[in-house]
Design a binder for this molecule. Structure first.
Ligand code: PRP
Length: 213
């Protein structure tokens, strides 16, 4: 039977994911995935590995280019990919939050006539605003979101916060927490049926590693 194809996100999560995998039975203690290659089919690896952009990992799984994949919950919430969520890996933990300048109170913010919110997560922001019954313009940016309120481009940001350092250094504060975020293992909806045994085996092994932390 062919090996499962596993999509691993590049960026922040990659090293933590590789550490988890290295502790799974049958995995080499260290795999050198720090080349410019994006597909790894080495015989010593129990899975075929593809390295994808963090925002694309669940899309490769959704469209069947990978049977299983690791992806941040923030991306799953934003993209709403049709994938099966199998396991919370307990790594890459952070919070989706709305943040405002230190000088702005809860009362002042929610009583403003016209709000503009900067974010890399327009879909999550739209849903949050709908739930709160707030009307606001959404400004989609690619990164360094914390700049927007500092330069008067937006009243608030919706973003992830991990250590809180970026917020602090840009004189911002959390107004509300929207959702907890962590890395998830997801599966393709067809693979979950056709490769059920292999996926179940992978999940059991991964659960064992997570439990023993
Ligand atoms: C993320 C996020 C915040 C920062 C939070 O950005 O968008 O800016 O990390 O981390 P902290 O709470 O530990 O400071 P990232 O580093 O991914 O870069 P980007 O802003 O260019 O997207």
């Amino acid at each position: 039977m062919d090996k499962l194809t596993l999509s691993i996100p590049t960026g922040r999560l990659k090293e933590e994911v590789l550490e988890l995998l290295a502790r799974m039975p049958g995995w080499p203690a260290s795999c050198n995935l720090n080349t410019r290659k994006l597909v790894f089919e080495d015989e010593c690896l129990p899975c075929r590995i593809i390295l994808s952009h963090p925002k694309d990992s669940s899309t490769y799984v959704e469209f069947g280019a990978a049977d299983i994949g690791i992806v941040g919950k923030d991306i799953l919430m934003e993209r709403e990919n049709e994938v099966y969520e199998l396991l919370d890996l307990g790594i890459g933990k952070c919070q989706m939050i709305i943040a405002v300048p230190l000088s702005v109170s809860h009362h002042v913010f929610f009583n403003k006539d016209h709000l503009r919110i900067a974010t890399k997560y327009p879909h999550i922001t739209r849903q949050y605003l709908q739930e709160k019954g707030i009307t606001a313009d959404i400004l989609s940016l690619y990164g360094s979101i914390e700049l927007a309120p500092t330069l008067g481009l937006a009243d608030a940001i919706v973003d992830i916060v991990s250590t809180g350092k970026t917020l602090r250094e840009n004189h911002l504060q959390v107004l509300e927490s929207i959702a907890p975020v962590s890395a998830r293992l997801v599966a393709n909806l067809i693979s979950i049926r056709t490769r059920m045994d292999a996926i179940r085996h992978f999940v059991q092994q991964l659960k064992g590693v997570i439990r023993n932390e």
